[in-house]
Design a protein around this ligand. Structure first.
Ligand SMILES: [Zn+2]
Length: 195
């Protein structure tokens, strides 16, 4: 475990211990999944804290008061706590109040980065662990993609309306609700049984 400022960087084991002990007062109903797009894999050179600080600077420039996401997952599988979990993220209009935002470093659109096995493991692990912590049943009602929310109204339209491709058109085989049901949720359900 390494800490720089508020950023705490951990492996899966340490992250599990950290999360299960953490007291969170906020009511959590949703886990959001995103990709950073920029930085992508080519900017990742074992420079976790530099990338976190860079993301925070760009979020400050957009008018946020700190980095938008609660959690960042890196290509090597390491996991960072960013915005404290007791503060709502600034990641999806309409879904922040009771949400936790996970940003996975990379561009997971078709033709972008090929997700590493370590990052895949950590993404599944973190989603499953948060379900355990906040007593959520993994489904497309509790585990959500940015793409499913209209950027202007904040309404969930499942990919219709004005959207981003986030977490990527190739994130675990696609960014649609159907793709999540088929390729993502079952992995989280399996992982949750092991936790
Ligand atoms: Zn996003």
């Amino acid at each position: 475990m390494k800490q720089q400022g508020k950023f705490i960087l951990m492996n899966r084991e340490d992250f599990k211990e950290y999360i299960l002990k953490l007291k969170v007062k906020r009511i959590i109903k949703l886990i959001q999944n995103h990709h950073t797009y920029i930085p992508s894999y080519k900017e990742f050179k074992n420079n976790h804290f530099r990338l976190l600080e860079g993301m925070e600077r760009s979020h400050l420039a957009r008018g946020f008061n700190e980095i938008g996401q609660n959690i960042t997952i890196f290509p090597d599988g390491l996991i960072a706590i960013c915005r404290p979990l007791d503060i709502p993220p600034a990641c999806i209009k309409g879904a922040n109040e009771n949400g936790i935002c996970i940003e996975s470093v990379g561009n997971f659109d078709i033709g972008g980065d090929k997700m590493t096995e370590e990052q895949k493991k950590s993404i599944i692990f973190v989603n499953a662990l948060l379900c355990k912590k906040f007593k959520l049943t993994p489904s497309t009602d509790t585990i959500v993609y940015h793409h499913w929310f209209d950027l202007e109204t904040g309404k969930r339209l499942n990919g219709k309306g004005i959207t981003k491709s986030c977490p990527g058109t190739n994130f675990f085989g696609g960014n649609t609700v159907e793709a999540a049901k088929k390729n993502f949720i079952p992995l989280i359900l399996d992982e949750l049984k092991k936790l």
